[in-house]
Design a protein around this ligand. Structure first.
Ligand code: ATP
Length: 375
């Protein structure tokens, strides 16, 4: 096993595309780190540079105690698991898993032991004689993992390994991956655009955008204290609601809010005056006729859609002068707000006029220009 370090790693493709920009990331031995971000942000490029499938333009990648920039892919001691599994169709499950060991001329008895151990760990014992086309998607993915495990590599590199599975199987495989990591403790870099995987799988998450890491931290840290409006919107589902506003000498005004006096934010941003984006998580709204003591912000709007999901209900409502896009990106933020409630009480219906309230402590405030969280 080994630590992984990206030290100022940059990738510029031949056509000039800057895919990864000065990536600095320290992954200690045994960690499961998730690299997450929207399509095209550079995640796969970062992983491929680590695997040796893509040249590094600048910087160094260090695995354990050696710089691997110039090490051949086959000599890097990392195992990559792809979303399309990349199994050999004409080989049995056993032979697929044995392949990397046979390539290294490992003795037959050891090959058998390695394959059996991995098959047992992954529940593939009964399927060793089948071929990939006789397996379900989840079983194929398990074989791909088995093939990586038998090598006992220094690190696993996973590129959206669950994205071809249906929702239920994905949830199950997430659990299996977590269990596998607990058993083996192998350093893992896991790339995904799926924030649920990011929130549930890794001990830490690095959020990437346009080739640049925005924030690295434990999932709950990113959720509670996002470093900027992009991370705030990317982590959480439905996403954080974001409105325009302004801090005026420590008081907060939210564009479109009825109360002309602004929001008393209890001294959270003393003396600050600037244009801001104001964020509220869907679960931080409370539906009610009037604000309760301590609730500083009220929005009155019209209900558009009510989604009853069983344990919770999401109420989507419109509020005129409010929601904005973040940092100039059209990422689907309209004027619709989402509020989450855990049920109980009467639910509103589409078309109802409703009021939602939030307390000052639930507000997130970002600089309107840079998107950075205002401390
Ligand atoms: P996805 O989730 O869609 O796979 P990603 O975050 O993994 O996206 P990359 O595949 O790393 O993103 O791509 C990063 C950027 O580099 C994108 O703008 C992409 O178009 C560009 N890119 C990728 N491969 C090449 C290439 N061979 N030549 C030029 N540009 C490339």
């Amino acid at each position: 096993m080994a630590s992984i370090r990206f030290d100022g790693v940059t990738k510029r493709y031949k056509d000039g595309t800057l895919a990864v920009d000065d990536l600095r990331l320290d992954i200690p031995d045994g960690e499961f780190l998730i690299l997450v971000g929207p399509s095209g942000c550079g995640k796969t490029t970062a992983l491929r540079m680590l695997a040796g499938l893509e040249e590094i333009s600048e910087g160094e990648i260090v695995l354990g105690d050696r710089v691997i920039n110039d090490v051949e892919p086959g000599d890097r001691d990392v195992a990559m698991i792809f979303q399309n599994y990349a199994l050999f169709p004409h080989m049995t499950v056993y032979d697929n898993m044995a392949f990397p060991l046979r390539m290294r001329r490992v003795a037959k008895k050891e090959v058998a032991e390695g394959v059996r151990a991995a098959a047992q760990l992954l529940g593939l014992g009964e399927l060793l004689r089948r071929r990939p086309n006789q397996l379900s998607g989840g079983q194929r993915q398990r074989v791909a993992m088995g093939r990586a495990i038998v090598r006992q590599p220094a690190a696993f590199l996973m590129d959206e390994p669950l994205s071809n599975l249906d929702a239920k199987l994905r949830t199950q495989m997430r659990g299996e991956l977590a269990r596998m990591h607990r058993r083996l403790g192998t350093t893992t870099l896991y790339v995904t655009h799926d924030q649920t995987e990011a929130m549930t799988l890794g001990s830490r998450v690095a959020v990437m955008r346009n080739g640049i890491v925005q924030q690295v931290g434990a999932p709950q840290e990113l959720y509670r204290n996002p470093a900027n409006a992009f991370v705030a919107r990317f982590i959480g589902s439905p996403p954080m609601n974001v409105m325009r506003g302004a801090l005026e000498d420590g008081r907060l005004r939210v564009t479109g809010q009825e109360d002309g006096a602004g929001v008393d934010v209890g001294g959270r941003w003393p003396g600050q005056t600037r244009e801001v984006l104001v964020g509220i998580r869907p679960e931080d709204w409370r539906l009610g006729a009037e604000p309760a003591p301590g609730e500083a912000l009220t929005l009155r709007g019209e209900v558009e859609v009510v989604e009853e999901l069983g344990a919770e209900t999401i109420v989507y409502f419109r509020h005129a002068a409010a929601a904005v896009d973040v940092a100039g990106e059209d990422d689907g933020i309209g004027e619709t707000f989402a509020a989450r409630s855990e049920g109980g009480g009467r639910l509103p219906a589409p078309g109802d006029r409703v009021a939602f309230h939030a307390s000052a402590s639930a507000l997130h405030v970002f600089d309107a220009g840079t998107g950075e969280a205002v401390a």
